[in-house]
Structure formats: structure tokens, C-alpha cells
Design a protein around this ligand. Structure first.
Ligand SMILES: [Zn+2]
Ligand SMILES: [Zn+2]
Length: 376
């Protein structure tokens, strides 16, 4: 309903190609909201920035970035207002930029002595949203696998809510994700393995880490498909009827914590922290990319490294590929375990759940796995 309202307020019937003021309007509104949110974070850093990330911010660069985002909102707003008849997008972007500037802009000083108290990861949401959008949205617009699929396809807002839901409670989720692995590493002592692994060259360790993580991910993912109670949670990730980078963030919080926590157990037992951190960056990028509406494929690499077409077959509602392609990095893991399905050069025709209906909206889907089933 809200999505429909937003589409009505901001959309129009004019063409949306380059040079029509559409994309500049979208960018203006996007940068405006991000810039405004960032300035609010500067005002309330104790409450709105994650204690885990705070110490790592190069603040002079972050301030420059905030400045650039606010400036971008104004510049794109002016361009869009000149080119397009409907000026709501441009005005929204410029109003948020004006609001951000009036509130002190990028130079709001941070006076508080910041402690480790409870906080919401608004900073993490804004930063990751900006980064992911800048990396993946242009390639989806320029080289889509499904050219008729819009960036603002059905349920786009729902998936942004999912993106929010995994970023805002980062303090709680990262605690829960780390808990089993930290407990185990303190009781289990496998120093022999970690010392041996630590002697290998960095790149070898990193590739090994991807393999260990993907093997763990494979079995947890397969269990989420095969165990009926677990499928209730994972079916939400499969409910997207169209895939793009933001559709990849549609996952139940319970699944998110179980999968990430489960992968970290072997990782933290075997690899040093620098490798695990590097892997976290890699998986954030690679798993998101696998969901992209991005057509080009490096053919010779397809048997070795997962590209979007492979994971798209995992998301199809076509029976021939249901419960196939569980790996997220290495497709040959599925070959080894007999769950590989990858027709040459073809993309699926349909996506989503096969003969299963889920409630719409974040909260309906949040409580869906816990509501009692009617007997079939
Ligand atoms: Zn799945
Ligand atoms: Zn997926």
C-alpha cells in the first residue's frame, strides 16, 4: 500500500531513460535522504552509530563523503528540475539537502565521549546502502539480464525494509552471530590446525576460508530447504518474484543469524581474524552480486565461481531447479553433492515460491514461520 502511494507521488508516465531527468531525480532524493540521515547520526552518535564501527571511521573522509552526498542531492535536484515536468523527486532531494545543511551539514562536531551503550546501526545502514547502490545499481541499469524489470519493481520497498532490518540491530545480531563461535573457540582448542593454516600464504588462507565458509553454508542452506520448520523461515528469501541486489537482503532475521553464526564457527576455529574480516567483506559483495539483475557472464569462470545466473536458478519457481544450487561461492560444491542445475546460457523464466503463498509485508513475513499451520 505504502509502496503504491510512493510510486504514485514520485512516479509519472514520462519516459525514464537517460537525459529525461528521471535518474537525476531519483539520485537527488536518494542522496538527500542519505545526507540528512548522516547529519542526524553526527548529532546523536551515541544512539545512532554502531560502537563496533565507530573507532574505524576516518572522520575527515566521512565528513567529505557526507558533504559530497549533500552536494550531489542539490546538483542532481537542479538537473532533474530543469529536465522533468514532475518535480517532486528533485524537490524532495533538495529539501532533505537543505534540511541537512541547516542542521549543520558535514561539520557538526562530535562532543560526546562515546561509550559502548546500546545503539542503532543507522550509520551502517546508510553507509552500506550508499556503497551497494553505487556498486550494483549502475550495472543493473546498464546491463540487465531482464531489461523489462524496473529498479522500482513490485515489493522494492519491502526489500529496503529488510535491508534496514539487518543493519539497524547490528549490535544485537553481531552479538548473537558471534556467540556460538566465541563460546566454542574458548572451550575447544584446535591450535594445531590454526597454527598450521597461519603459516600458509595469505591468498591461500583466504581461498581456503571461502571454501570452508561455503561448505558450512551449503549444509546449513540445504537444511533450511529440507527441514520443514527451517523452510518456513527460508521460504521468505525465496518469495521474491524478481531478483536484483536488494532482493538478496530479503531474509528472516532468524535465518540470517543462524546462517552467519553457523559459518563463523569453523571460520573462527581455523582462521586468524584478518582472514575472517576479509571474508566478511568478500561475502557481503559476492552474495549480493549473485542476486543482481546483471546479464553479462564470464563464461570460462562459470564452472569455478558463482555468477548471478547460477544463483538465479536457485531462486526459480520452475520445478526442474527446485532444491538445486545451494552453494554461494563455488558451483562445483553442488556438483560434488549432486544438487547442481545449470542449463547452458539460459536464465529462468519465473521466480518465487512453487505453489506456496506467503503474507505480504515485513511483519506478516516475520511472524509467518511461527504461526501454526492448518492441516493439509
Ligand atoms: Zn535457498
Ligand atoms: Zn538468494
Amino acid at each position: 500500500m505504502l509502496e503504491h502511494k510512493i510510486n504514485q507521488i514520485f512516479g509519472d508516465d514520462e519516459p525514464g531513460g537517460f537525459g529525461t531527468g528521471w535518474w537525476s531525480g531519483v539520485l537527488s532524493a536518494f542522496f538527500g535522504v542519505l545526507g540528512f540521515g548522516a547529519v542526524i547520526c553526527l548529532h546523536f552518535p551515541q544512539l545512532l552509530s554502531s560502537p563496533e564501527l565507530r573507532p574505524h571511521y576516518p572522520m575527515h573522509l566521512i565528513r567529505l563523503l557526507i558533504q559530497a552526498v549533500i552536494g550531489g542531492a542539490i546538483i542532481f535536484g537542479v538537473i532533474s528540475a530543469m529536465l522533468r515536468k514532475k518535480k517532486v523527486l528533485a524537490l524532495t532531494g533538495m529539501l532533505f539537502a537543505l534540511g541537512a545543511t541547516l542542521l549543520g551539514g558535514a561539520s557538526v562536531p562530535i562532543n560526546e565521549d562515546l561509550g559502548n551503550g546500546p545503539a542503532i546501526g543507522l550509520d551502517w545502514f546508510l553507509l552500506d546502502m550508499l556503497l551497494m547502490t553505487l556498486i550494483f545499481s549502475p550495472i543493473e541499469v546498464l546491463w540487465p539480464a531482464y531489461p523489462r524489470q524496473s529498479v522500482f519493481r513490485s515489493e522494492w520497498l519491502n526489500d529496503i525494509v529488510y535491508f534496514l532490518s539487518t543493519h539497524l540491530p547490528i549490535q544485537i545480531t553481531s552479538f548473537l552471530i558471534l556467540l556460538p563461535a566465541t563460546q566454542l573457540t574458548s572451550t575447544l582448542n584446535v591450535a594445531v590446525i590454526s597454527e598450521a593454516v597461519g603459516k600458509l600464504p595469505w591468498l591461500v588462507q583466504f581461498l581456503l576460508a571461502i571454501l570452508v565458509a561455503d561448505l558450512a553454508q551449503y549444509f546449513i542452506h540445504r537444511a533450511f530447504h529440507k527441514v520443514p520448520f527451517m523452510w518456513r523461515f527460508h521460504s521468505i528469501h525465496h518469495s521474491s518474484k524478481a531478483l536484483d541486489w536488494i532482493a538478496g537482503s530479503r531474509a528472516h532475521l532468524v535465518e540470517d543469524v543462524v546462517v552467519r553464526g553457523g559459518i563463523l564457527i569453523p571460520m573462527m576455529l581455523v582462521f586468524p581474524q584478518s582472514i575472517n574480516v576479509a571474508y566478511l567483506f568478500f561475502v557481503n559483495f559476492h552474495a549480493t552480486w549473485a542476486h543482481c539483475n546483471f546479464g553479462p557472464t564470464v563464461k570460462w569462470l562459470e564452472p569455478y565461481l558463482i555468477q548471478p545466473r547460477f544463483h538465479h536458478w536457485h531462486h526459480t519457481s520452475q520445478v526442474e531447479s527446485i532444491d538445486k544450487n545451494f552453494a554461494i561461492h563455488f558451483p562445483w560444491i553442488d556438483r560434488i553433492f549432486g544438487t547442481y542445475y545449470f542449463p547452458k546460457d539460459k536464465w529462468p523464466d519465473t521466480y518465487g515460491l512453487h505453489e506456496e503463498k506467503l503474507p505480504h509485508g515485513f511483519w506478516g513475513q516475520f511472524f509467518y514461520p511461527l504461526t501454526p499451520r492448518k492441516p493439509a
